[in-house]
Design a protein around this ligand. Structure first.
Ligand SMILES: C[S@@+](CC[C@H](N)C(=O)[O-])C[C@H]1O[C@@H](n2cnc3c(N)ncnc32)[C@H](O)[C@@H]1O
Length: 264
């Protein structure tokens, strides 16, 4: 179904991601990312690690004059879903470490929750610098540590109890670059100089506890590693132990924390 490295999903997982994970979790963050980009008429935006394209689509819907928008991702399945929803955006398959664009091609660059999966993060920052016009803006979203994302920290304990550290490591991986000092060191090692890193929190909401667990299993590389028995055990435990995140209308709601790197 899905490969562990670099958040790689196959088509079924990518569809599930778009239909479930995006509206529950990634869409609210995409709105913040697009706000921070300060898009203006004539901008060409590149969304790196675009996934199924939520940042690019929200930018397009913002209707700020004439925008050109390109999304790039290494994963064909994510791009196929993106193309199916919005054929007017240019979707390109490629790596963040080797961007197939000329120098100074874009005014704006976004990269939401993909950076921590890049094998050579310094190289990807240098690539972002190379392809961006001098007067422009780049916004990179990186999850804070899992301990600062309490919903996920609680879920991690459960997954580790049921499936051991290896399974837990898959849930941990999106949060592995959560140390702000480490991010700072990586940016400092690149050719980028004019940047700031802030930490913000944004609400996420799942339809129910089962829906939350489904998203984190079926729309993530965990799907490939978890057995049916472990999955039903996880659901049973989560219904009992994660109910502190339930609202009166039985939805799951909590805040998540991420570091936002703004490069000017
Ligand atoms: C958690 S998803 C985030 C997708 C999207 N930005 C969003 O907010 O919904 C992470 C994405 O990073 C992509 N990715 C991982 N490594 C990559 C690389 N080296 N170059 C480009 N994309 C990469 C994955 O294929 C995946 O689509």
């Amino acid at each position: 179904m899905a490969k562990k490295e670099g958040y790689q999903l196959e088509l079924e997982g990518a569809r599930f991601y778009e239909e479930n994970f995006v509206p529950s979790l990634f869409e609210n963050w995409a709105k913040r990312t697009v706000e921070k980009l300060s898009l203006s008429d004539g901008d060409h935006l590149l969304d790196i690690a675009c996934g199924t394209g939520i940042v690019a689509r929200i930018a397009k819907a913002s209707k700020i004059g004439e925008l050109r928008i390109t999304g790039i991702d290494i994963n064909e399945a994510m791009l196929e879903v993106a193309k199916g929803i919005e054929p007017e955006i240019d979707w390109i398959r490629g790596s963040a470490q080797n961007l197939p664009f000329d120098d100074q091609s874009f005014e704006k660059i976004s990269c939401q929750f993909g950076f921590m999966f890049f094998e050579d993060q310094v190289k990807s920052l240098n690539e972002m610098k190379r392809i961006r016009k001098r007067k422009g803006k780049t916004i990179i979203g990186i999850w804070d540590k899992i301990e600062a994302n309490e919903g996920y920290f609680d879920l991690l304990q459960m997954i580790e109890n049921i499936g051991g550290r290896d399974l837990g490591q898959i849930l941990r991986s999106p949060f592995n670059l959560g140390d702000k000092d480490e991010i700072n060191e990586i940016v400092k090692s690149s050719e980028i100089s004019n940047y700031k890193i802030e930490t913000i929190r944004t609400k996420v909401e799942f339809r129910s506890i089962d829906h939350w667990i489904d998203c984190d299993v079926k729309a993530s590389p965990i799907a490939e590693e978890i057995s049916d028995q472990q999955y039903s055990e996880l659901l049973k435990k989560a219904r009992l132990d994660l109910n502190k995140y339930l609202t009166e209308d039985q939805k799951v709601r909590f805040n998540m924390s991420a570091h936002i790197v703004t490069i000017e």
